[in-house]
Design a protein around this ligand. Sequence first.
Ligand SMILES: NC(=O)c1ccc[n+]([C@@H]2O[C@H](COP(=O)([O-])OP(=O)(O)OC[C@H]3O[C@@H](n4cnc5c(N)ncnc54)[C@H](O)[C@@H]3O)[C@@H](O)[C@H]2O)c1
Length: 339
Amino acid sequence: MSRVGLVGLGYWGPNLARNFDDLGALGALCDTDPELRERFAARYPNARMYADYDELLADDALDAVVVATPVPTHFALARRALEAGLHAFVEKPPAMRATEMEELVSLAAERDLVLMPGHLLLYHPGVQQVKALIDAGELGEIFCIYGNRQNLGVIRRDENALWSLGVHDLSVILHLLGEEPAEVWAHGTAFLTPGVEDVVFCYLRFPSGRIAHMHLSWLDPHKMRKLTVVGRDKMVVFDDMELERKVTVYEKGPWQPADTYGEWRTRTGDIFSPRVPNDEPLRLECAHFLRLVEEGPGDGREARDGLAVVRTLAALQAKLDETVSPADRPGSGAERARS
Ligand SMILES: NC(=O)c1ccc[n+]([C@@H]2O[C@H](COP(=O)([O-])OP(=O)(O)OC[C@H]3O[C@@H](n4cnc5c(N)ncnc54)[C@H](O)[C@@H]3O)[C@@H](O)[C@H]2O)c1
């Protein structure tokens, strides 16, 4: 069994520690915070504990590193892991600039190492079911996809809604469509913290002509985690707030009867929810990483998916920067996170 070393035991890291431990792969832990080290050393007595990332990298018993530190630190930590010859699972997004992500992808490819971004939703059985419906042609030609990721809070001050929330929907939209956008637009406004957009609307147009939209906000009365796919024959909604009906298929669509000389009508059939397995997406994601570590990175699809997401986020951020007032620009969300 491969052994992983996890760096970052703040909010999200403990979930990764639990899953890798359950999978029998947790070899070591690392955090600069002494209180966290003490707490997690007691919980995982069989994992070696380090205060210093270099010591973790020097641990000969490890095959891979899992990075769950704040986003601005990801690129440097991931690069050092790959340079040390270790496979890397890096929480999303692994870099804040496309050039940095390209560097990580090249480094991993040169050394035949796994580089996997933490695109958790891709391992969600509901998202996988939507992907299977699209790929099987069930929905017919896909017209558009839109994501709603809104809530009141968590209000962040060093990362805007695009980078904090958009990475989830974007990873799914690019995965479902299997292409990168040819054109992007983003509009947003920083209401609370100068330069950190709280509400962002994004538009993406793909080479195939399909379009997508994302509404990202932490200033909203609704808690929404929803993705809608509109096809010519059927439409499907993935709603992560639903306990049981995570996926709903609508047999609805436009229709042109032969006898109406080009006039469009609509058609409404059944509405049904297929059963979605209850497996924890994070467990499936961790197991996928271990499988890659054992079998090798293959064609590096995960790393390239990560690059497509970072490239698109950076292009959307550039559009946001074009529309903010000059006074806001020096401290823009992305710039802060990059500093
Ligand atoms: N996939 C998801 O759904 C999801 C959800 C939440 C967070 N995340 C991601 O997880 C990552 C961590 O987020 P968080 O909210 O847990 O952050 P956090 O600030 O709560 O925790 C980060 C931890 O990293 C430690 N740390 C920072 N630099 C370090 C270094 N050089 N060496 C050792 N330890 C270091 C800090 O001491 C802290 O304990 C982010 O990338 C975030 O995007 C993912």
